[in-house]
Write a protein that binds this ligand. Sequence first.
Ligand SMILES: Nc1ncnc2c1ncn2[C@@H]1O[C@H](COP(=O)(O)OP(=O)(O)OP(=O)(O)O)[C@@H](O)[C@H]1O
Length: 309
Amino acid sequence: MSASNPAAAPTAAMPHLDRATTVLQVRGLHKSFKQRQVLTALDWNVPAGRVVGLLGRNGAGKTTLLRCLLGLSPIDGGAIELFGQPMLEPGGERMHRIGFVPQTFDLFPWMKVRAYLDFTAAFYARWDTALVERLLSDWELDAKQKIGELSQGQRQKLAIVRAIAPDPDLLVLDEPVASLDPQARRAFMGELVALMRAPGKTVIFSTHITADLERADADIALLRDGRIQFTRPLAELRDRMKRVVLQRTGGWPHAPVVAGALKTHVQGELATLLVEDPSIDSLHALAAREDAQVRIETPTLEDLFVELA
Ligand SMILES: Nc1ncnc2c1ncn2[C@@H]1O[C@H](COP(=O)(O)OP(=O)(O)OP(=O)(O)O)[C@@H](O)[C@H]1O
C-alpha cells in the first residue's frame, strides 16, 4: 500500500524578497510543446548570492525552464524578470552578466580551443584571462586542440570555462557535470563554490547528482508537475524532513495518519513515512496507541529526491 500527496509537498515559507535582491522572478510561466504541457503556472524567485540546484526527474522540464529563463525558448504565458527587467529575448547588455552552459556543446568543431576562447572573449565586457589560463591548465585542456576533436567531457569543461570567464553575475548551467569524471566534477564544484563566495553572484544549475548539491551546499529547487514545488536550503531540508518508520506486529489494517506526512508506504509490519517537522510526542503517542515501535531517521538527499521528485 502506498500513498503520496503531491499537494502536500513542502511549500517552504520563502523569505520575502524585494526586487533589489531578486535576480530572477518568474510568475505564471506556461510552456508547452504541441499538446504537451511542460511548465504550468510556474512561479519562482531566486535571490542574489545563492547557489541553487534544480532537481527534477527526466523530462520534468529542467532544460525547458532554463532555456525559457534565458529567452532561448519562447514562452506561452507568464512573465520572467532577470535583474529586474522583463526577459523578452536573449541579447542586450544583460547578457554580459549571464553565463550559460548548455547540456550539450557541439559548436565550432573546426575551431581550436584558444581561437574559440579569444573569439568569445570579444563579445564580453569582462573576461578573466588569468582564470581561463588557470582552468585550461588545471583541467588539462589543450588550447591547440580542435573543439571537434575534444571528448564530450573536455567539451563540457570548455563550455564551463567559457561561461565563467566573463565573470557573470548569474551563471546558469544545464547538467554541467554529467560528462565529467569524479576529479573534474569535484574541481568544478570547487570553482562553483568559490564563485558563490563572491558577493551577489548567483548560480542556478540542474543536476541529477545529489552529491554535487551537497558539495556546493546549494539551495534545492524541486521541479515537478510543471512547477517549482519548493526552494530551500539544503541544511533546512535536512533538519526538517525525517523518515519515520513504524513497526506494528501483525501489520497495519490502515495506513497510519501522521501530521506533516508527504508520503506514506506500508508493507507488512512496516509503515515508512516521509514527514516534514514530525512531532516526536505525537509519534510516540501514535506508537503507544497502535502498540508499535517508532524509529526516526534523517534521509540522505538522494533518498529525499527519490521520495519527492
Ligand atoms: N523541442 C522540443 N519539442 C518537443 N518536445 C520537447 C522539446 N524539448 C523538450 N520537449 C519535451 O518537454 C519535456 C521536458 O523536457 P526537458 O528536456 O526540459 O526535461 P529535463 O527535465 O531537462 O529532462 P532530463 O533530466 O532528461 O534532461 C519532455 O517531455 C520533452 O520530451
